[in-house]
Design a protein around this ligand. Structure first.
Ligand code: ADP
Length: 631
C-alpha cells in the first residue's frame, strides 16, 4: 500500500482550526467522544458477528483501553471493535459527515465567531476532532474486522493528513494523542494522570456498556517485599441507567447519558423515565433535546431509539418505536418480552412492540402537556425547536390527534408577541362568532396587512396566523376544535355579513352585474369570477380562493420545489363602497373603451395581488400602468 498525503476539504480544515484554537473550557469531553466512538465500534462488531461468526471469534469481549504515558506525554485509546478500512478512514475521519455543517460554518465565517460555546461545537458533530482541543498530533491505527491489513492515519496540524500501512494484531482502532502541555487553568489537566482519567470516565462515561480499562500501578507487600504491580482496573460501572429508579439517578448522570446516546453537547431539555410493568414489561429513558439538529428535515436524518432486549443492545436506531413526528426524541428502550433475535422485518408485526410504541407516545405527549401547563417558558423553547415537527403528527397519525391538538401554539392577531393555543382562542371568541378563523401566508407581516383581515378586524374577531409552511397541510388533519370549525379567511365562503347586509349586497351585485362581467372577461386567464364582497372595509379589492384551493403561499412553495401544479384561478372580490370601485362603476356606466377597461381591470388585479405579497403575472406591464397614472 502506498503512502499518501491527503488534503482536508476546506470546511473540514476550517473545523479543525476551530477545534485547535477552541477556548471551550470543558476540553476533557474529548474523552467522552472517543469512548463513545469506541463503544459504537464495539456494538457494530457485535452486530456484524451475528451474521458472520468469524469476525469476532469465540469468547470475544469488547474492551476500551486507556494507556497514558506521562514521560512521552501521550494518551492512547484502544478498542477491539469493528475498525475501519482505508477508504472508511478517508470517508469518516477525512470529511465532515453531518449535513448542515457547511451552512453553519458559513454563518460562523460571517460572524467571525472564534470562541464557540460547547452547544455549538457539539452541533457540528465534531466527535473525533474534539481531541484536537487537547492534542497537537494524533495518530489513528485501525484494522477492519475481517481484513488483514491496517491503516495508519496521522495528523500533525495544518490542512493535510497522511495515510500509510499500519500494524495491528487484531481488528479495532488505536488512537494516540500527543498531548498539549498541561494547563489546568485552561481546561487542560494532566490527561496522563490516573486520577484525572478516573474522574473523567466516571463523570461522562460511567454507563458505557463495555469496560473502560486503565492499567494502574500500586505498591504491594511490606518492607523489602515491597514491589510495584500493574493491574488493569475497570473505571466505569457499566450500569444501565434506565434500569434504575428515576429517584436514584441524578440530573447530571441523566444529562451525561443523554450526551452519549444523542451525541449532543448540550443538556437535554426534558428527560422522560418510563418503567412499565404488566403485559408488556419494559424500561425506557427518553430525552427531548434543547436544540433541533440541522438535519431534522433531511431524508438522511437518523431517527429512532436504541432498542435493548433484557439489557442487550439489539438495534441502534429502532424507527418502529416512535412515529416519525416524534423523531426528535432520543433515548433507549429495554424490553423484557421481545425475542433477542428480532430483526427489522419481524419488528413491524410484533404485538409487543406495538404496545410499547403506544405507551411511549402516550407518555411523551403527556409529559409535553405537563410541561406546557407548568412551565410556559420551557415549553416555548421546545415549541420553537420542534413545534413544526410535532404538527406533522396531526396529518400523519390521526389516532394521536386528541393528544396533539392541545399542544399546538399559533401566532394570532390577539397578541403581537405571544403565541396562543386553540383553547385560549376559543375562550376569547365573540358572541355570535361561529368559526375559528385563520389566514395563511409567508410571514406575520404579510398576513397582518392582508386585505382579508379588514372585515374581521371590523368585527373584532381574532384570527390565527398560519405562517409556518406546514400549517396549511396540518389543517387537513384539524377541521374543528371544541365544536367550532376552522375557516380560512382567504377562501371563498367566509360569511361575515348579517342577513340585512347580505340582502343589500345581492341588490348591489345586480346593479354591478355588467361591470363585474366585463372585468372578469378581461382577466379570464387569471380570475374565475369577479364579485362584490362585504369582507373589505378599506381596500378596493382582494383575491380569494375556493375551498380546496391551495393558498398562494403554498403554491409558491410547490413551484420552488418544482412540484407540478394544476393552474389555479381565483375569485377577485371588490368592495362596492370603496371610492375606487364607485368611480370604476361610474366610468363603466358612462361607457369605457376596451383599452380603458383592460387597463382598469389589470390595475385592480395587480393591486390585489400585491396586497397579499403575490407575484404579478406581468410586473413590467403593471409598472407601466402605474406610471401612466402618475402623468
Ligand atoms: P460521529 O461519531 O458523530 O459520527 P466522529 O467524528 O466522532 O463523528 O466519527 C466519525 C466516524 O468515524 C464514526 O461515525 C465512525 O464511523 C468512525 N469512527 C470513529 N471512531 C471510530 C472507532 N474507534 N472505531 C471505528 N470507527 C470509528
Amino acid at each position: 500500500m502506498t503512502d499518501q498525503t491527503m488534503k482536508f476539504e476546506a470546511e473540514t480544515a476550517q473545523l479543525l482550526e476551530i477545534m485547535i484554537h477552541s477556548l471551550y473550557t470543558e476540553k476533557e469531553v474529548f474523552l467522552r467522544e472517543l469512548i463513545s466512538n469506541a463503544s459504537d465500534a464495539l456494538d457494530k462488531l457485535r452486530f456484524a458477528s451475528l451474521t458472520d461468526k468469524s469476525l469476532a471469534g469465540d469468547g470475544f469481549e469488547g474492551r476500551i483501553h486507556l494507556l497514558p504515558d506521562p514521560a512521552a506525554r501521550t494518551l492512547t485509546i484502544t478498542d477491539n471493535g469493528i475498525g475501519m478500512t482505508r477508504d472508511e478512514v478517508v470517508a469518516n475521519i477525512g470529511t465532515i459527515a453531518r449535513s448542515g455543517t457547511r451552512d453553519l460554518l458559513r454563518d460562523l465565517e460571517q460572524t467571525r465567531a472564534k470562541d464557540l460555546p460547547g452547544e455549538l461545537i457539539g452541533r457540528f458533530g465534531v466527535g473525533f476532532y474534539s481531541c484536537l482541543m487537547v492534542a497537537d498530533r494524533v495518530t489513528l491505527t485501525t484494522r477492519r474486522a475481517g481484513e488483514t491489513t491496517a491503516t495508519l492515519w496521522e495528523y500533525r496540524g495544518g490542512t493535510e493528513y497522511t495515510l500509510k500501512e499500519g500494524e495491528r494484531d487484531n481488528a479495532g482502532t488505536t488512537i494516540v494523542l500527543h498531548l498539549k502541555p498541561a494547563d489546568p487553568d485552561d481546561g487542560l489537566p494532566d490527561f496522563t494522570n490516573e486520577w484525572v482519567l478516573r474522574r473523567i470516565v466516571k463523570k461522562y462515561s460511567d454507563f458505557v456498556r463495555y469496560p473502560v480499562v486503565l492499567p494502574v500501578t500500586r505498591e504491594e507487600g511490606e518492607g523489602d517485599e515491597k514491589k510495584k504491580v500493574v493491574k488493569d482496573e475497570t473505571l466505569n460501572s457499566m450500569k444501565a441507567i434506565w434500569r434504575k429508579k428515576e429517584s436514584e439517578v441524578t440530573d447530571e448522570e441523566r444529562s451525561e447519558f443523554y450526551k452519549h446516546v444523542a451525541r449532543d453537547w448540550a443538556d437535554p431539555l426534558v428527560s422522560i423515565h418510563l418503567q412499565a410493568e404488566g403485559r408488556s414489561e419494559f424500561q425506557s429513558l427518553m430525552f427531548i433535546p434543547s436544540n433541533a439538529p440541522f438535519d431534522i428535515y433531511s431524508q438522511s436524518f437518523k431517527r429512532g431509539l436504541q432498542l435493548y432486549v433484557r439489557n442487550v443492545l439489539i438495534m441502534d436506531h429502532c424507527e418502529e418505536l416512535l412515529p416519525e413526528y416524534l423523531r426528535f426524541v432520543k433515548g433507549v428502550v429495554d424490553a423484557s418480552d421481545l425475542p433477542l433475535n428480532i430483526s427489522r422485518e419481524t419488528l413491524q408485526n410484533n404485538r409487543q412492540l406495538t404496545a410499547i410504541r403506544g405507551a411511549l407516545v402516550k407518555k411523551i405527549l403527556h409529559e409535553l402537556q405537563k410541561l406546557k401547563d407548568k412551565d410556559e417558558e420551557k415549553y416555548l423553547t421546545f415549541w420553537q425547536a420542534f413545534g413544526a415537527v410535532l404538527k406533522e403528527g396531526l396529518h400523519a397519525e390521526p389516532a394521536d390527534k386528541d393528544r396533539l391538538v392541545p399542544l399546538l401554539l399559533f401566532a394570532s392577531s390577539n397578541d403581537k408577541e405571544k403565541l396562543t393555543s386553540l383553547a385560549q382562542y376559543r375562550s376569547r371568541m365573540k358572541e355570535g362568532q361561529e368559526f375559528i378563523y385563520y389566514l395563511s401566508g409567508e410571514s406575520r407581516e404579510v398576513v397582518e396587512h392582508s386585505p382579508h383581515m379588514e372585515a374581521l378586524r371590523a368585527k373584532d374577531y381574532e384570527v390565527l396566523f398560519f405562517i409556518d409552511p406546514i400549517d396549511e397541510f396540518m389543517v387537513a388533519g384539524l377541521d374543528a376544535f371544541d365544536g367550532k370549525e376552522l375557516k380560512s379567511i382567504g377562501k371563498g365562503d367566509v360569511e361575515l355579513a348579517g342577513e340585512d347586509e347580505k340582502k343589500t349586497l345581492e341588490e348591489r351585485s345586480l346593479q354591478f352585474k355588467d361591470c363585474l362581467a366585463a372585468l372578469q372577461k378581461v382577466l379570464d386567464e387569471h380570475v374565475s369570477e369577479v364579485r362584490l364582497s362585504s369582507r373589505l372595509t378599506s381596500s378596493p379589492a382582494c383575491m380569494v380562493g375556493s375551498e380546496g384551493y391551495l393558498s398562494p403561499h403554498i403554491e409558491r412553495l410547490m413551484k420552488q420545489s418544482r412540484l407540478s401544479m394544476p393552474p389555479q384561478k381565483r375569485v377577485m372580490e371588490l368592495n362596492p363602497d370603496h371610492p375606487v370601485i364607485v368611480r370604476i362603476k361610474e366610468r363603466f356606466d358612462a361607457g369605457l373603451s376596451d383599452e380603458e377597461l383592460g387597463d382598469t381591470a389589470r390595475l385592480l388585479h395587480g393591486q390585489a395581488l400585491l396586497a397579499e405579497s403575490s407575484p404579478l403575472p406581468d410586473p413590467a406591464g403593471f409598472a407601466r400602468l402605474v406610471a401612466s397614472l402618475m402623468k
